[in-house]
Design a protein around this ligand. Structure first.
Ligand code: 9MR
Length: 463
């Protein structure tokens, strides 16, 4: 049975949820568990820092607890996977695929044919159609072939439409379009399908959330999908990146309208790179009502996602505001679900609330139910805490027995315990041997032990 849990989530839930009567989140409910019950995928990128082991321990623990889908921020792109001609580099991508397999996650591959992050050597073939076709074919065959059966879905073509609102392909600054013409897209889908016939294949782009108006990107993409389907080009999904700002209030309903059009073509729509940023200049003056507004917009996207039966994945372009492309490159800030200290923001509660407001029995999934585990019932079910590996290899270890948490290998440790939504629920300094975790309801928790520079993060069950 799920245990009612009464921390800040309750108060936030009442202020944020409007008409939805949610009293609390159960201690063991996560974005992931709720999405899985609804046979949907919720994901976040693994930031580049993760691939280099250069990220806080909390990142991975929250990531694998809260998400069941994963994408590499940069490590499966052309420049990362084929840095020199016909020399492939799979180490980073392999690391992510292993992580996904160990944690039961779906992998999105991002991205095969894109005008950006193309290595220099490709540009030496600029304007040479036959050579460029051969380069792209070889790249797709090798990369998709390498991860055949392990990557559920590829962004086959990324951002190929221009920004001119004139219903056209990106003709400037794309080595592929300039050298090959629009047939590079059709060919890329065909080659990807040949390399892994079971993988889902997407066209992915930004500004799709601006709707289907005259000259729109969404309208152009829709026309291309119609053409691809009519010509048996093996596209199965479109990705709407959805990098938006807090003022973009119409975007969720635009995404809904676009999903409905794609449904008529038997094509899925996935949200692939969601973030909802504030203008950078406002960073110092943001208050609770701003974060609640952000939560409301996040919630509307999750509502649309759950209500449209041809939407399968809801992927956020980051986890914590401490690691986000927004601050560096976009003049935007704080667009994610966890703040810079890894505290869940109101947006987290809002997305949880949306999931809970859509009972599993009423959410249709575009995936066969065999892809999802049966829902968990009972204390710690389906979970084997012993199998959870510590992130930092060091001498520290922690074991739970009843409510007694025993620490070994520490001189004087600081213990922090978090619930499965990432909220701190217990903290104690100067722990030498064992500590009683009094006052916590039964359920799943994350415990972090720190001793000097050594750190251990582990999932525990209080039975
Ligand atoms: O988040 C990525 C950032 O680290 C890179 O510097 C950038 C380079 O183009 O790409 C970012 O990811 C982009 C994604 O691959 C495609 N859609 C837009 C994303 C944000 O720029």
């Amino acid at each position: 049975m799920k245990k009612p849990f009464t921390l800040t989530g309750v108060a936030l839930a009442t202020t944020l949820l409007g008409t939805t009567a949610i009293n609390s989140f159960a201690a063991d409910e996560t974005l992931r568990s709720l999405a899985e019950e609804r046979h949907r995928y919720i994901g976040a990128i693994l930031n580049s820092e993760w691939f280099y082991g250069n990220i806080e321990a909390e990142f991975e623990q929250i990531h694998k607890t809260q998400f069941n889908a994963v994408v590499a921020e940069n490590e499966m792109k052309f420049d990362a996977t084929e840095p020199n001609e016909n020399t492939f580099s799979y180490d980073k991508g392999d690391k992510m695929v292993k992580y996904a397999q160990e944690n039961g996650m779906r992998v999105r591959g991002h991205a095969l044919a894109w005008h950006s992050q193309v290595p220099y050597w490709v540009n030496s073939y600029s304007g040479q159609k036959e050579q460029l076709l051969a380069v792209l074919k070889n790249h797709i065959e090798n990369v998709v072939g390498h991860w055949k059966g392990q990557i559920a879905e590829w962004d086959v073509v990324n951002e190929a439409v221009n920004d001119d609102n004139n219903h056209g392909w990106r003709s400037n600054g794309s080595v592929w379009f300039e050298g090959i013409g629009a047939e590079f897209l059709d060919s890329a889908f065909v080659w990807a399908h040949a390399a892994d016939p079971d993988a889902e294949l997407c066209y992915n782009d930004y500004a799709i959330e601006w709707g289907l108006g005259n000259g729109s990107k969404a309208g152009f993409v829709l026309d291309q999908v119609k053409r691809w389907k009519a010509n048996n080009i093996p596209i199965t999904c479109v990705g709407t990146q959805t990098h938006i700002e807090i003022s973009h209030e119409t975007t969720p309903q635009n995404v809904r309208a676009f999903a409905k059009e794609l449904a008529k073509l038997d094509v899925k729509l996935n949200i692939t790179e969601l973030d909802i940023g504030f203008p950078q200049g406002s960073a110092g003056s943001l208050g609770q009502s701003d974060y609640e507004k952000q939560g409301h917009l996040y919630r509307q996207f999750m509502d649309v996602f759950l209500e449209e039966p041809n939407m399968g994945e809801f992927v956020i372009w980051g986890l914590t505001d401490a690691h986000s492309w927004l601050d560096g490159q976009q003049g935007k800030t704080q667009g994610l679900l966890w703040d810079k200290q890894y505290n869940p923001k109101p947006a987290f509660d809002s997305v949880m609330a949306s999931l809970k407001a859509h009972p599993a029995s009423q959410v249709k999934s575009p995936y066969p139910s065999s892809q999802f585990n049966p829902p968990c019932e009972g204390d710690g079910c389906g979970d084997s805490p012993e199998a959870i590996v510590s992130i930092t290899a060091n001498k520290l270890s922690a074991q739970i027995n009843g409510r007694t948490l025993s620490i070994a290998g520490a001189k004087s440790a600081k213990i922090d315990v978090f619930d499965m939504q990432g909220r701190p629920v217990f903290s104690m300094k100067g722990v030498k041997g064992a500590v009683e975790l009094q006052g916590l309801p039964k359920g799943l928790y994350m415990v972090r032990v720190r001793d000097g520079s050594a750190s251990l993060t582990k999932r525990i069950v209080i039975r």
